[in-house]
Write a protein that binds this ligand. Structure first.
Ligand code: VG1
Ligand code: CO
Length: 543
């Protein structure tokens, strides 16, 4: 056995996006493609010698092969130990948990998260640093720069190791420890929540349906909800991680998790429904015939946080990504804490969490989390909701309606235009940026614009600056229209249009969402010239 140095040549476009490097499987299958990226990353990790690396993925197609490559490269890099989830499986929040708990140097997560899987789908890889959170942009930018000049990578020539049997084996000097992917994360959940109260709720006949969409959330949800908390077998469905997600698209929204929505709308619907995504960091919460908007979910968790053991003493602060609705801001005001507004992507919450400036974080894209790890956490959100329901009583719908009655309702919707030509998408954004100066102060459809800008963020902890994070129009009444391009897609570009309208008057809380937001959609169309620029009459996905 030896460490060998293999000559290689750069691949174009190995630039991590909102969350890691995501490409079509066929792209990742090119010889040297994964190796180049990992070497470019490793070359920027100093002091990793003798330290531990956490490795695991969401179980999608190519996960197992990629794990073997990474193990052999980690040995070449000089890591002393790899903690590997059994069979190469680790959810994103569980990876974050393992890195923190075991004081690891960092972790590699093999996942394209909510992107489709299978041989024709997407693959992805992301690196998390020692705090358990996604690598900051400085590191991913440097990694990308190195991919553009890479000439060789280093790898052990040892044959593949057993990744399915718990225990230790060796690659060169490095120990590979195959661990139960669930145990540490489950222990952390036990510390956060009142499991006794949740178990009593379930024992009392409160019925749940958790759809893990044939992705990595299954083993975690089954272990906790069924085996530990006593939900009847079958409460967790689609619970075996499959390489192609069994044809499902594990991006939990009402369109993709339509089976869950159907069950939750049936006459004999369970009391509580939830779905998680490919790497189990996202969550969708559904009541009987009632889907909860993710921005509302964040606000509601914040408002009820003291009912949950871990947050009993209150919140230090809240953070939300810029396009996420301002519902959480209303709660922060009531609690007398700050609500930070960050660019899209969990990496921007890391410093705030480390500094103790915020306790809860969330995004409009079905992501919620807290300072218990440094990632969003799907199962954590499910347990948080169940803990609240167990203690406060009521239904999902009644909790949300009383929240609206107290804080006002922030009507919210995201309209996605997918797979559009990249130049058209850029043209649309440039067109908007060109109008920013003129838009402020104008009246559009009877609403006066009080702010029109391209969102930029200065991290309050390390002073790093991130620009061009989305064009936003903010109106006098607090309504907002936000435009940004997706940074996770692998085909063409995706234009996201985010619409938000705060409505105080409870008498108007019954208006259907799209009806309430139609005037804002019209403003978006007129200002961005969506139809003319993209050649699309309507969005592909409305959530
Ligand atoms: C999307 C979401 C963003 C989320 C990111 C990663 O990014 O909008 O809120 O953080 O996915 O989520 P974008 O750039 O496509 O809008 V996950 O669960 O796919 O890692
Ligand atoms: Co995800």
């Amino acid at each position: 056995m030896a460490i060998v140095t293999c000559p290689t040549r750069p691949f174009a476009g190995q630039k991590p996006g909102t969350s890691g490097l995501r490409k079509k499987v066929a792209v990742f299958l090119q010889p040297g493609y994964l190796e180049n990226f990992v070497q470019a990353l490793f070359d920027g990790l100093h002091g990793a010698d003798g330290r531990t690396l956490v490795v695991g993925g969401d179980g999608r197609f190519h996960n197992r092969e990629a794990v073997q490559v990474i193990l052999r490269m980690a040995a070449a890099k000089g890591f002393a130990r790899v903690l590997l989830g059994r069979s190469g499986i680790l959810s994103t929040p569980a990876s974050s948990c393992l890195i923190r708990k075991h004081g690891a140097y960092g972790g590699l997560i093999l996942s394209a998260s909510h992107n489709p899987g299978g041989p024709d789908g997407d693959f992805g890889i992301k690196y998390n640093v020692g705090n358990g959170g996604p690598a900051p942009e400085k590191l991913t930018d440097e990694t990308y720069a190195r991919t553009q000049s890479i000439a060789a990578y280093h790898i052990s020539d040892q044959s593949p190791v057993d990744i399915d049997t718990p225990g230790e084996r060796r690659i060169e000097q490095m120990v590979v420890e195959v661990v139960d992917p669930v145990a540490d994360h489950a222990a952390l959940m036990r510390e956060c929540f009142d499991f006794g109260a949740i178990a009593r709720l379930l024992a009392g006949g409160f019925r749940i349906r958790c759809d893990t969409m044939n992705a990595v959330g299954g083993p975690y949800a089954k272990a906790i909800l069924e085996d530990e908390l006593g939900a009847p077998a079958g409460s967790v469905v689609n619970a075996t991680p499959l390489e192609d997600f069994g044809g499902l698209h594990p991006d939990p929204n009402p369109a993709n998790a339509d089976d869950l929505i159907r069950h939750m709308s049936a006459p004999d619907a369970p009391d509580f429904g939830a779905a998680t995504d490919g790497d189990a960091d996202r969550n969708m919460i559904v009541g009987r015939g009632f889907a909860v908007a993710p921005s509302d979910s964040l606000a509601l968790l914040a408002a009820h946080a003291t009912l949950v053991p871990r947050y009993r003493d209150g919140l230090a602060g809240i953070a939300r990504s810029m396009p996420t609705s301002c519902a959480a801001d209303r709660v922060a005001e009531a609690l007398g804490v700050r609500c930070h507004e960050t660019p899209t992507g969990w990496k921007f919450f890391g410093n705030l969490l480390d500094a103790g400036a915020v306790t809860l974080c969330g995004e409009e894209s079905y992501g919620t989390g807290s300072d218990h790890v440094r990632e969003k956490d799907g199962l954590w959100a499910v347990l948080f909701w169940l803990n609240i329901l167990a203690v406060a009583g009521g239904s999902v719908e009644s909790l949300v309606r009383s929240h609206w009655a107290r804080f006002g309702r922030h009507y919210y919707s995201r309209h996605d235009y997918e797979g559009v030509a990249a130049e058209r998408a850029e043209q649309l954004m440039d067109g908007l940026r060109g109008q920013l100066g003129a838009l402020a102060g104008q009246s559009l459809e009877g609403r006066r614009v009080v702010l029109a800008d391209d969102f930029a963020y200065t991290d309050p902890i390390d002073g790093s600056r991130t620009e061009r994070q989305g064009v936003r129009l903010v109106f006098e009444d607090g309504a907002r229209v936000v435009f940004r391009l997706s940074g996770t897609g692998t085909e063409g570009a995706t234009v996201r249009v985010y619409l938000e309208a705060p409505v105080q008057d409870p008498a108007r809380h019954e208006v259907p969402t799209q009806q309430m937001l139609a005037p804002l959609a019209a403003i978006a169309q007129r200002t961005a010239r969506i139809r003319e620029t993209l050649g699309r009459d309507r969005p592909d996905v409305v959530t």
